[in-house]
Design a protein around this ligand. Structure first.
Ligand SMILES: [Zn+2]
Length: 353
């Protein structure tokens, strides 16, 4: 009955106020109030402490984060610093280091009184061989052992695998390009030559025979000659993006291509004329008109047997020479006890005081 009466009372009080009179209600049980007030204070203290801890934690966490905009990039950065990609042209300081071998020649005390260089009739080489390659840079592609390469890169591969240094006497006409891609390829090859300690020499622009006259009057004078070499120098510097002075010069056809005007100009300007002692005849053909690798090997063997003095060896940037080179180095030059040295070492021996 009591239960029923309570139910009836609750119902009669209507909707929203009925819970105020239920047993244990905060509004009706006045004896409970002090205890609840104490609990509330405790709860408030706990919440406050939690808020402070959370705020502190958030503050510390936010300070360790990068600025909002860089968030994704920051995640991608590995802990080790990224090395910047190599620029197409090395910074000045490391360029100096790369040009050390060239500076050996530039730093020689040039007298200006006599033409300096290496000449046909010389014989004091103590079984040293100095490698030179003319008429490049030759970027013609060819197939070697199933792989496509270029003439100059194949020659460099061989030289670099032995650690031998050479001088590449280049022609300005071979530095002409018709597209950015061609220029890029030329640049990469020229930089490889320089970086790997080889030297670039000037072999004129057009490969005219200077001794026979290169212009309409059939005569070459100093202006014509200097123009041929300066044009090549400009073409090289334009591709490289920095100045690489080609202080070594070989006129086309070497000694037969010399003139008194050329000698005078070289002397005035402080260049070194580089002739040769051994002509490999790598450009020559066998009597039946076909290039003959074995014929060149036989010729070189006979030549080195006969002339053991050593000296500058002339080769060309030809596909056939690129293929022949490893065998020529191994089976002829090294096997006969010759030592391959960089040309700048010879010039230092001759001209340093
Ligand atoms: Zn030539």
């Amino acid at each position: 009955m009591v239960v029923m009466a309570k139910i009836i009372k609750i119902k009669s009080m209507g909707g929203s106020d009925w819970y105020k009179n239920r047993p244990g209600s905060l509004h009706t049980n006045h004896n409970m109030q002090p205890i609840l007030k104490k609990d509330r204070k405790k709860l408030q203290a706990i919440i406050l402490t939690l808020i402070i801890i959370l705020s502190l934690f958030l503050f510390i966490y936010c300070r360790t984060l990068p600025p909002l905009n860089d968030h994704h990039e920051a995640e991608a950065i590995p802990e080790t610093p990224i090395t910047p990609s190599k620029p197409s042209v090395e910074p000045e300081q490391s360029q100096d280091r790369q040009l050390e071998n060239l500076n050996k020649i530039i730093d020689l005390d040039y007298s200006g009184q006599h033409l300096q260089g290496v000449f046909w009739g010389e014989h004091e080489f103590q079984k040293r061989i100095y490698l030179t390659f003319d008429d490049g840079p030759n970027l013609s592609p060819f197939n070697l052992n199933g792989k496509t390469t270029t003439v100059i890169e194949s020659i460099l591969d061989t030289l670099d695998s032995y650690g031998f240094k050479a001088v590449f006497f280049i022609n300005g006409k071979n530095l002409e390009y018709t597209s950015p891609a061609e220029k890029k390829k030329l640049l990469s090859v020229l930089l490889r030559i320089i970086r790997n300690g080889h030297l670039l020499g000037n072999h004129s622009y057009h490969h005219y025979n200077l001794a026979k006259g290169i212009f309409s009057d059939g005569q070459s004078d100093m202006d014509d000659i200097s123009h041929e070499f300066m044009m090549t120098q400009s073409a090289l510097d334009e591709i490289l993006g920095f100045s690489y002075p080609m202080i070594l010069i070989r006129p086309p056809y070497a000694e037969p291509g010399r003139t008194s005007d050329l000698d005078q100009w070289l002397m005035n300007e402080g260049y070194y004329l580089i002739s040769l002692q051994y002509d490999s005849y790598d450009y020559a053909y066998s009597p039946d008109g076909r290039w003959d690798q074995q014929g060149i090997m036989t010729r070189m063997t006979e030549l080195l047997d006969k002339e053991e003095k050593g000296g500058v060896l002339l080769l060309h940037e030809l596909e056939s020479s690129a293929k022949l080179l490893p065998e020529l180095l191994e089976r002829v030059i090294l096997e006969k006890g010759f030592i391959i040295e960089p040309l700048e070492d010879l010039l230092q021996k001759k001209y340093s005081r």
